[in-house]
Design a protein around this ligand. Structure first.
Ligand code: SAH
Length: 367
């Protein structure tokens, strides 16, 4: 047991078994020893590689999307360009470089806001973005952002927010909790039947014994806050995440360390925890606020529609064979649907005050 596991065991001895969400928040965000507090998780040297870390093309295409979206919502000046959970700042850097090249008027109108909870990642973001010499502000919470029209982007943010798991035991729904085994190791246990668990599962068709439903009050809360703001201030959002298009049963809780799967209860604070994002539920929060919501599309389809192949061709034109191969591999990783590729495992969802003539909205958008 590492020190954080001992601390969690102490809490369980005192309070009884805890929800996966409480375990998750200690493991990832504990101020002293949490994963996002102490580690530099992203990139080749870290534990996992995200799309912006695979290739500059990802951020460039999103930058082009932002420019086109800004034009489509009437070129508001000023507007807030917000990234939630910017990691190492790579996506924002690639977006800003693109905006500077293709849409300087959009960039001039943008006040850039980075919403980041982790102090160490916020420090890395500041260094990454220093060279742009732009008024960029870090916020700890989304609610701190000043009023005004807003374009918000996020990659792999929602999958980093805590979930709870509800298990059907053959007769009733019970919450899966983290407890202690006889030998005082952390282990999953089933909690008592709860009406809340029953209600969460009752919207789906009857499950088989052992089926797991994942819910996330934290994701729900953040999505509805973003939705409320976009509805009142105007604007749009684009969200990429690892997830599924429709609500369903499935245990997708996963720990990742050094690019391999790990046991989620083993050595908390030393591995990342994630789970699939339920895009149907995410979209429902935006629809409930009266926003236009795109279909849920696969990441690969969206990047191809935004011009991934054309951009790869442009970048490769002046390169030698070896460099071109690296670009081709990045295209396959971002948009392919084979093993280890992100194209169909990751989904994209866009929302806006009204439908946009842009992916992932369907091509035919009424005026
Ligand atoms: N978008 C980046 C990083 C993804 S990792 C990329 O694609 O590379 C998740 C990021 O979300 C980290 O930066 C993490 O610190 C941040 N984060 C986690 N919870 C958050 C919250 N509630 N609000 C804002 N950022 C959060």
């Amino acid at each position: 047991m590492n020190p954080l596991a001992r601390q969690i065991a102490e809490i369980i001895r005192r309070d009884g078994p805890i929800g996966i969400d409480r375990y998750w928040n200690i493991a990832l965000y504990d101020r002293g020893a949490g994963y996002y507090t102490t580690k530099n998780p992203l990139g080749r040297a870290g534990d996992f590689v995200t799309a912006p870390e695979v290739s500059q093309m990802f951020g460039e295409l999103i930058g082009a999307w932002v420019a086109a979206t800004w034009a489509a919502i009437g070129r508001p000046r000023p507007f807030r360009l917000v990234e939630l959970g910017p990691g190492r700042g790579t996506l924002m850097a690639d977006m800003l470089r693109t905006l500077r090249g293709v849409a300087p008027d959009c960039l001039a109108a943008a006040s850039i806001r980075l919403v980041e909870t982790s102090e160490s990642l916020a420090a890395i973001q500041a260094v990454t973005l220093e060279r742009f010499d732009l008024p960029i502000r870090r916020c700890r919470r989304f609610e701190e952002i000043e009023p005004g029209p807003t374009i918000v982007v996020a990659n792999e943010l929602f999958d980093a927010l805590a979930i709870r798991q509800i298990v059907f035991d053959g007769e009733a729904f019970r919450e899966r909790l983290v407890g202690l085994s006889e030998r005082s190791a952390l282990e999953f246990v089933l909690g008592p039947q709860t009406p809340q668990a029953q209600a969460a599962a009752s919207r789906l068709s009857p499950p088989m014994a052992g089926a797991v439903l994942e819910i996330s009050p934290e994701r729900d809360r953040l999505a509805s806050r973003i939705a409320a703001r976009l509805a009142s201030e105007g604007g749009a959002g684009l969200f990429f995440d690892y997830g599924h298009a429709a609500t369903g049963y499935g245990d997708t809780l996963q720990a990742v360390k050094a690019h391999a799967f790990a046991d989620p209860l083993d050595r908390p604070g030393e591995a990342d925890l994630t789970s699939h994002v339920d895009f149907q539920r995410l979209g429902a929060h935006f629809a409930a606020a009266g926003l236009a919501v795109s279909p849920v599309k696969e990441q690969g389809d969206v990047l191809l529609a935004l011009g991934l192949l054309e951009r790869a061709g442009q970048l490769g034109a002046s390169e030698d064979t070896a460099a071109r191969q690296v670009i081709e591999q990045a295209v396959a990783r971002l948009a392919g649907n084979g093993q280890g590729q992100m194209g169909s495992l990751f989904k994209a969802l866009a929302v806006a005050t009204r439908p946009l003539p842009l992916p992932p909205f369907d091509a035919a958008v009424p005026d």
